[in-house]
Design a protein around this ligand. Structure first.
Ligand code: SAM
Length: 277
């Protein structure tokens, strides 16, 4: 697919969003107000950027890796005093540590091949979460990944990613996006995902987070086993009954059935048991 002589680059995940209903939906769920400073990742040919410029947003940073597209966009939209077009790899930029003019929201149709590191860049990790997180992150992601992030205990796709993400942010699956909404169409379905990072006071402390991390790695590596069969790798078999009573978590469950809050309770008690021993 060529745009002003530019052929879409597969390795940069270039799929231009052309469906106006989806573009409007993204803007709607971003809930943009006049004080918002937006970060757009990968403006590409500017489909979403134009909507952001027409919105109430105070200012938009658009970060594009592709030099040719950045050049074309600068010529097309560079007149706007409410837009800074940054030619860079988003993974090398830390907007969160900026001062007063830092973006407070992210709105983007991202290249799917960098979803994992990008989420880490935007939210931090369970052990080292972003200190002053974005208020709201609206992303188009691969449907399968978005569904895993938003999955509930008991869903077939609920896993360690769901728990880690839900302990960092409220996660909402807004709507599915068909491949035909893009040009060229990607080979996978997509969805609009909204993440509302939790305020710092609702995050778990690093010590506890590393225990949760350890628990998730251990238990989800044997996802068919009941917790009471896996946990003796971490604590004395004799403590299992106590752990069940003190946490109220049924250890006959498999990891896929355990809620994020229950993982935290388990980790808290494991921390205590290991301090006592
Ligand atoms: C899926 S396209 C979206 C384009 C446009 N926003 C749209 O909706 O039509 C992803 C865009 O991200 C850019 N991109 C890829 N990797 C990037 C990175 N590491 N940093 C910044 N931009 C990147 C690509 O060049 C491409 O323009």
């Amino acid at each position: 697919m060529t745009f002003l002589g530019h052929t879409a680059r597969k390795n940069f995940g270039q799929h231009w969003l052309k469906d106006k209903t989806i573009l409007r939906k993204i803007l709607e769920v971003a809930e943009i107000s006049p004080s918002d400073i937006i970060l757009e990742i990968g403006p590409g040919r500017g489909a979403l950027t134009k909507y952001l410029l027409a919105s109430l947003a105070l200012f938009t940073y658009a970060v594009e890796l592709d030099r040719d597209l950045a050049f074309m966009l600068r010529r097309q939209l560079g007149f706007s005093s409410r837009l800074a077009l940054v030619e860079a790899d988003i993974l090398n930029i830390d907007f969160l540590s900026q001062g007063k003019c830092r973006p407070n929201k992210v709105v983007a149709n991202i290249p799917y091949n960098i979803t994992g590191p990008l989420l880490e860049n935007l939210l931090g990790t369970l052990i080292t979460p972003a200190v002053r997180p974005y208020e709201r992150i609206v992303l188009l992601v691969q449907k399968e990944v978005g569904e895993r992030i938003c999955a509930h205990p008991g869903d077939s796709n609920y896993g360690a990613l769901s728990v880690r993400m839900q302990l960092l942010a409220r996660c909402y699956n807004i709507c599915e996006v068909r491949p035909s909404c893009f040009q060229p169409p990607p080979s996978v379905k997509s969805l609009v995902l909204v993440l509302k990072p939790l305020p710092t006071q609702d995050l778990i402390i690093p010590n506890l987070a590393s225990q949760v991390d350890k628990l998730l790695n251990l238990c989800f590596s044997s996802r068919r086993k009941m917790l009471r069969s896996t946990l003796p790798n971490l604590i004395d078999r004799d403590c299992i009954e106590n752990l069940m009573i003190e946490t109220g978590v049924d250890l006959h469950q498999r990891p896929q059935e355990v809620s994020p809050a229950a993982w935290v309770k388990l980790a808290m008690n494991l921390n205590r048991l290991s301090l006592n021993s």
